[in-house]
Ligand binder design. Structure first.
Ligand SMILES: CC(=O)SCCNC(=O)CCNC(=O)[C@H](O)C(C)(C)COP(=O)(O)OP(=O)(O)OC[C@H]1O[C@@H](n2cnc3c(N)ncnc32)[C@H](O)[C@@H]1OP(=O)(O)O
Length: 492
């Protein structure tokens, strides 16, 4: 089904006007980076559809599913004025309880047993939260079961394009220097993926128990990281069958994800929610997640663009992921399909038809290497000269004694009247030791030449000072010449 008719009759995409409950504000202390945006205030709370409603891309959403997953009705939450964080956690537990009851009661005992263990992971996570005020602290020791790897049924595990590994250096510090933080983080996360410790999966509400558990985990992260967003609304979109969620799973725990709605016929997707759990932010997960999302949305959904209302605080992150405030996508394609948020800025990202998003870092590294090679062809800036040992070269020479210290104006009263730009070896030593002053070899040579020129300006040719200056300068020039020739040989 296509067009706006569905939009007007089944407002699944509308966003509620529900003002954030105090519980959402209370949880603002939980995360290091809390999402401030909320739904536009003039919107109405969209009712759950009365029955299965067909969405534009043909997906179905069941009222019963949503209601059974949501712990409380929309009204109950919107009326509450003084909810505590504890209530929020209780709601999560309650949500899990209703979810498991609705979903799992018909399963065989063995299956139930297994899922109970899995649920205890999430429940333990909640109780852990009550104690620590933080979320998703990694695997919990009491957990004995593990959630089986999700099945790739078209939207499952996302794999990147394989790139030859031989160009990839493995030493972290070396990579940081040669490739920058982006590539280093991406490379290390890719290694985690290959080792099976990290995975990126994409699921919708497909009724498969394991997938539902992941989605509930993601919903919990959104609820805490986006405190101004009504939780029912989060549940609704995450569980809406026309939405998909790309999730980061580390050690079998959800640590973040993106929920988006692909508008297949219009070839664009709307990112509804995005969050990484507080403990794991700014470690590169958000970037890698976005790269997996782009690759999946392009290769599986056939999308060419993403739109999102980015929270003001997250605009910097979206910029770094290639989103701009300039919207190039024809308004007719998206207007009416996506919903305004207060405190959000509409941003767009064009998905490149060819880029290997999950292996961008190898491209960046290769481009960097190619540029380095070109610079080497065109300039000598990469050449590091062996260096001249200033102390040994000059200080030990028998003619250096007149130049070792600055001229004392008390001994030579008119010296500084005649020599306006004095120089001596002590001053040059200090400049050398600072490692800041002589940024080029030429600057060093200029100081040496000035020192000798000063000596010959102030003193007449028959003086010892004049003669010392000439002999020491000849010696120095010879050393420089020899040094340059030697470094030329080193390069060959
Ligand atoms: C549509 C929406 O849902 S908008 C709301 C977005 N979600 C939130 O704000 C919830 C709280 N925040 C989060 O969950 C996370 O911080 C995210 C999802 C925004 C980013 O995930 P992270 O894993 O922290 O991102 P990642 O580590 O990959 O950082 C990528 C880059 O973005 C920068 N960055 C991360 N978060 C932000 C931010 N809020 N503002 C500006 N820059 C940011 C990082 O410093 C890093 O920069 P670098 O590459 O120059 O070093």
């Amino acid at each position: 089904m296509d067009g706006h008719s569905t939009h007007s009759t089944a407002p699944i995409r509308s966003r509620s006007s529900q003002s954030p409950s105090p519980s959402h504000s209370a949880s603002a202390s939980v995360g290091s980076s809390i999402h401030k945006r909320k739904l536009a205030s003039d919107d109405q709370v969209p009712p759950f559809p009365l029955s299965y409603s067909e969405t534009r891309d043909g997906a179905h959403t069941s009222n019963d599913d949503l209601e059974s997953i949501s712990a409380r009705g929309v009204d109950s939450d919107s009326d509450e004025e003084s909810e505590e964080v504890v209530d929020e956690e209780e709601e999560d537990n309650e949500s899990m309880r209703v979810f498991t009851t609705a979903r799992l009661e018909n399963n065989v005992n063995l299956r139930n047993k297994k899922l109970k263990t899995e649920n205890s992971t999430i429940k333990n996570e909640s109780s852990n939260l009550l104690e620590t005020g933080k979320e998703n602290r990694g695997p919990i020791s009491t957990t004995t079961g593990s959630i089986p790897a999700p099945v790739n049924n078209g939207g499952g595990s996302i794999s990147g394009i394989v790139v030859k590994e031989d160009t990839v250096k493995s030493i972290f510090t070396e990579n940081l220097q040669t490739s920058g933080a982006y590539s280093t983080r991406e490379e290390s996360l890719k290694k985690e993926e290959e080792a099976g410790r990290l995975k990126f999966v994409c699921y919708a509400n497909d009724g498969i128990d394991e997938h539902m558990i992941w989605l509930i985990g993601l919903k919990n992260i959104f609820a805490r990281q986006l405190p101004n967003m009504p939780k029912e609304y989060i549940v609704r979109l995450v569980m809406d069958r026309s939405h998909k969620s790309v999730m980061v799973i580390r050690h079998n725990q959800v640590v973040g994800g993106i929920t988006y709605r692909p508008y297949i016929s219009q070839k664009f997707g709307e990112i509804a929610f995005l969050a990484i759990t507080a403990d794991e932010q700014v470690k590169g997960y958000g970037t890698r997640l976005m790269n997996h999302l782009k690759q999946h949305a392009r290769d599986v959904d056939g999308l060419t663009h993403f739109l999102t209302y980015a929270d003001n605080n997250a605009v910097g992150y979206f910029n770094k992921q290639g989103f701009t405030k300039e919207i190039n996508l024809d308004k007719a394609i998206w207007q009416g399909y996506i919903k305004d948020y207060d405190g959000g800025i509409l941003m767009e990202c064009k998905i490149d038809p060819k880029l290997p998003y999950t292996d961008l870092w190898t491209m960046i590294r290769r481009q960097r290497q190619a540029i380095d090679e070109k610079i080497r062809e065109l300039s000598n800036c990469h050449i590091v000269y062996p260096g001249i040992d200033f102390q040994k070269t000059m200080h030990d020479h028998p003619d250096s004694w007149p130049f070792k210290e600055p001229v004392d104006g008390r001994d030579v009263p008119d010296y500084y009247d005649i020599i306006k730009d004095p120089m001596d070896m002590r001053t040059m030593s200090k400049r050398l030791e600072s490692e800041q002053y002589y940024v080029t070899f030429e600057m060093f040579v200029a100081d040496v030449k000035r020192m000798f020129a000063n000596a010959r300006t102030y003193n007449s040719p028959d003086t010892i000072y004049y003669k010392c200056a000439t002999r020491l300068e000849n010696f120095f020039s010879l050393k420089v010449q020899t040094g340059i020739q030697a470094s030329g040989k080193v390069q060959q």
